[in-house]
Ligand binder design. Structure first.
Ligand code: ADP
Length: 417
């Protein structure tokens, strides 16, 4: 006789694998981006965005298996933006959900977690207060991140909401690397230290690299290069970040599309004495520098490569300055790590920039780094190894997927008690 009290094993297995729809939000000062995943299958069901929130001509878009729909309409604030997202998702013809109750959990990208959050966390009142406590450190990002969380709570009611922090992966950085050589009270009273960003991406590619190498995630030493409009690089020892190029803010470190990265702080005093005010220096360093500043024409590596190919010397110099800074950081992280198993490239430039990868790693063969031309050429947006057979250190291209990383953490945390 079959006992009804103990169901057959396959039913338990089925229940373990039960799919959950998880909605991921990335809320900026003027945009709300979202992706709907089926987990644990990791299939993308829908993705969309509201761009230009706060304007008469905001752009709302949704892409599902039915295709893409777009509309331009007045969306003055976050509540109106979330109302539009709801109606797009529930649309009978082009939507992705029959009811909001199909969504089991929401995951939120939160830029700054300060020193309190070393990993993704389930959101409660205390956590919301923690996000608010570091508003000052990320004034452009954390306030809209928290508004998005509150709107999502209103929209979905009592389901798990998970916060995933850009800074969390770098909380393992030791004090010797995160402290600036400034008077101590700037750290103790003003929390001025290196935090680092792009953590979800560095962690995602570090875990993937370990898997591709057939090693345990906590046994690999890596240098992960996230090169996009914003760029950063991290030294990863035994799977943990031990140094990274971005600091208190995302301005430090590498040369970026429009950000300067590292510079002599004396430049700021010099310019202030010449009459530049704080606001204009902020705009100059964040919006007018980097590739754009040096080339004078573009922040896009593709444009600059075309221009350099036609003899534009400023474009060629911008590309060289960009690559040289990355090479210097790779060298310093090799010194810090001692053993490096692989250098990993990700982000729009890292994944697709064939010529840029060659430029960065040129003449490093004496240090055990030798890129293979043909292998590099075929890895455009494709995962794989691009080192020559004689290279001691592996060179890997791994497309990043920060939203999927958030979906994985959300799935894991919303299932744990
Ligand atoms: P974001 O930081 O905004 O997420 P991405 O990671 O999408 O940026 O990277 C955008 C950058 O990727 C573009 O500015 C462009 O310079 C670069 N990029 C995209 N495709 C290529 C390519 N084929 N070759 C070189 N660079 C590329």
């Amino acid at each position: 006789m079959i006992s009804l009290q103990s169901p057959p094993l396959h039913l338990f297995r089925q229940r373990d694998k039960q799919s959950m729809k998880i909605l991921i939000f990335n809320c900026g000062s003027s945009s709300i981006k979202f992706k709907l995943f089926n987990m644990p299958e990791e299939s993308l069901l829908a993705e969309g965005a509201i761009e230009r929130v706060g304007s008469e001509d905001a752009l709302a878009s949704l892409r599902t298996t039915h295709g893409k729909v777009e509309s331009i309409q007045a969306i003055q604030d976050y509540p109106s933006g979330f109302a539009v997202i709801k109606s797009m998702l529930l649309d009978k013809d082009n939507g992705a959900l029959a009811s909001l109750s199909e969504v089991s959990a929401c995951g939120h990208r939160v830029v700054h977690g300060g020193e309190d959050f070393g990993g993704s966390m389930r959101i409660d009142n205390e956590l919301e207060a923690g996000i608010e406590a570091v508003f000052e450190l990320a004034p452009l990002h954390n306030p809209p991140n928290l508004t998005g969380i509150k709107e999502s709570q209103k929209m979905f009611g009592d389901i798990p909401q998970i916060a995933c922090f850009d800074t969390a992966f770098h909380q393992s950085i030791p004090e010797v690397a995160f402290r600036y050589a400034l008077p101590e009270d700037l750290y103790t009273h003003h929390r001025i230290r290196r935090y680092g960003f792009h953590g979800m991406s560095h962690q995602f590619v570090a875990r993937r690299a370990a898997k591709l190498m057939g090693k345990h995630k906590y046994s690999v030493n890596l240098i992960t290069c996230h090169l996009g409009n914003g760029s950063s690089i991290a030294a990863v020892r035994d799977g943990h970040s031990i140094d990274t190029s971005m600091g208190l803010t995302p301005l430090e470190g590498l040369v970026m599309g429009t950000r300067s990265g590292d510079l002599d702080p004396g430049i700021l005093f010099y310019l202030q004495r010449k009459g530049y005010d704080t606001e204009s220096l902020d705009v100059m360093l964040n919006k007018k520098s980097g590739l754009l500043g040096v080339s004078g024409t573009s922040n896009d590596v593709r444009d600059l490569e075309l221009k350099a190919g036609k003899g534009d010397e400023k474009a060629a110099l911008a590309l060289d300055v960009f690559a040289y800074r990355i090479k210097k950081y790779i060298g310093s992280y090799m010194a810090v790590l001692n053993r490096v198993d692989a250098i990993v490239f990700t982000g729009g430039i890292g994944e697709n920039g064939v010529a840029m990868r060659s430029r960065i790693l040129a003449e490093m063969d004496q240090q055990g780094i030798l890129i293979d031309g043909p292998r590099n050429d075929i890895h455009t947006g494709v995962e794989g190894e691009i080192q020559a057979s004689t290279s001691r250190i592996k060179i890997m291209v791994i497309p990043t997927n920060e939203e999927l990383a958030i979906a994985r953490d959300t799935f894991k945390l919303s299932n744990s008690k």
